[in-house]
Ligand binder design. Structure first.
Ligand code: PMP
Length: 445
């Protein structure tokens, strides 16, 4: 074992990781990156199958992004947004507003997806407090299987038991509507015969509770962490129509789906949905630096205006809010989208991925195959007829991912769902190789 491997085991505490297991295994330590590849300290190359946790868009060591960062370093690395402006944060805000769904004109910066969500929750809560007399609203509506991050507010609107269950005494109460995980329908119905019955449940909740509801938060189009659950056509639009009918702000958490991941710049675009608040992070810097944004409609922003001593301001902010390096690289990310026609050039790759994935459907342990854009999941089950999952102790998808490493592919499962989320810049032959490795391993189970 190298010195680095030993020191990692002695000093690090890795996120979402059973460290006992980590201490017993050989750690993989990345030293460099190049295009779609990660390169470890021994010089071994791996395809980056989950875009370094869903963030990398244009490849590692992208020349334009590297150059943008270097250029900004020649000016300033950081200055605060508390009481000061900085050049890249203003330019980026303008660019984001131009591409965001219409009406989202205010940009509030933070540095990760969880805080972008936390801010959306506080923003919507305070909005009502400052616009409604005798406001009783304190309930958020979120969806079954939701994941919005790991901070306390984000966990409160989350619904993945192993992540949030043990913290439940700390969390605030939310109302849960069913998300259309059609392979395992929470209403035990079948799409399309159900007529999107999950929307009726949402409407029932709002009919009864709307005067106590602050906002509804959703992962539009795809629930990522729950296992790449793709919602059927009409669902997101339906959620927007119902929330609009009852005057409830809709928060679109596009942390995972934003920036081309689903084939659209933002997933909301596909059904022409305009949320009241939108959370962005992950791909915003092309996977280079931590940065997040909570975009809000002007109407929400205006509710925070007043005399200083009315204390209506949004008392929230982080030390690195609007960091110039991160904003500058995010600007370059957006320029690449334009200059290189990224969304247009994605189309054949999306088609190829879907064709390749369809080939998994007949395999013995493949229960479901779900994909949208370059965001996909293969759910493994013990019994396809009954959809019975494998016992968690078997860690089937995890073992597939560990074996994939030996063949030069890195990805990480979500439960027994294998995630496929390559950089948008992946080449077709790399995509074929990636899926080929998984096919070989899954068909050999
Ligand atoms: N929202 C969604 C939809 C996510 O997928 C994630 C991260 N996977 C988050 C929020 C939290 O983002 P972060 O890890 O940057 O805090």
């Amino acid at each position: 074992m190298s010195v680095l491997e030993r020191l990692d085991k002695i000093h690090l505490w890795h996120p979402f990781t059973q460290m006992k297991e980590w201490e017993e295994e050989e750690p993989l330590i990345i030293e460099r990156g190049e295009g779609s590849y990660l390169i470890d300290i021994h010089g071994r190359r791996y395809l980056d199958g989950n875009s370094s946790l869903w963030v990398n868009l244009h490849g590692h060591r992208n020349k334009a992004l590297d150059r943008a960062l270097e250029e900004q370093l020649g000016k300033i690395a950081h200055s605060t947004l508390l009481g000061l402006g900085n050049v890249p944060s203003i330019e980026l805000a303008r660019m984001l507003v131009e591409i965001a769904p219409e009406g989202l004109r205010r940009v509030f910066y933070s540095d990760n997806g969880s805080t972008a969500v936390e801010i959306a929750l506080k923003m919507s809560f305070q909005y009502w407090r400052q616009t409604e007399k005798r406001c009783r609203r304190k309930l958020f509506i979120s969806f079954s299987g939701a994941y919005h991050g790991d901070t306390v507010g984000a966990m409160s609107v989350g619904d993945i038991d192993i992540f949030v269950g043990r913290y439940s005494p700390l969390l605030f109460r939310t109302l849960k509507a069913p998300y259309p995980y059609c392979y395992r329908c929470p209403l035990e119905m079948s799409y399309p015969y159900c007529g999107l019955a999950c929307l009726h449940v949402l409407e029932d909740i709002l009919r009864k509770e709307h005067s106590r509801v602050v906002a509804c938060i959703i992962e539009p189009s795809v629930q990522g962490a729950c296992g790449m659950i793709v919602s059927p056509p009409g669902f997101l639009k339906g959620v927007r129509e119902i929330t609009e009918k009852y005057g409830i702000p809709l928060i679109a958490d596009e942390v995972a789906t934003g920036f081309g991941r689903t084939g659209y710049m933002f997933a909301c675009e596909e059904e022409g949905v305009v949320p009241d608040i939108m959370c962005l992070a992950k791909g915003i810097t092309g996977g280079y630096l931590p940065l997040a944004v909570t975009l809000a409609k002007e109407e929400i922003y205006r509710a925070f205006l007043g005399r200083y001593d009315e204390f209506k301001a949004l008392f929230h902010g982080h030390t690195y809010t609007g960091n110039p390096l991160a904003c500058r690289v995010a600007i370059e990310n957006l320029r690449i989208f334009k200059r290189e026609k990224v969304l247009e050039r994605l189309k054949p790759k999306i088609r190829l991925l879907s064709e390749l994935l369809e080939g998994f459907r007949g395999l013995r342990y493949v229960g479901d195959v779900r994909y949208k854009g370059l965001m996909a999941g293969i759910e493994l089950v013990e019994d396809r007829d009954t959809k019975k999952p494998f016992p968690p102790s078997k860690r089937v998808a995890y073992r597939v991912c560990m074996d994939a490493r030996k063949k030069g592919l890195i990805t990480r499962p979500l439960g027994d769902t294998i995630v496929i989320m390559p950089p948008l810049s992946i080449k077709k032959r790399e995509l074929k190789r990636m899926i080929g490795i998984l096919y070989e391993l899954i068909s050999g189970l």
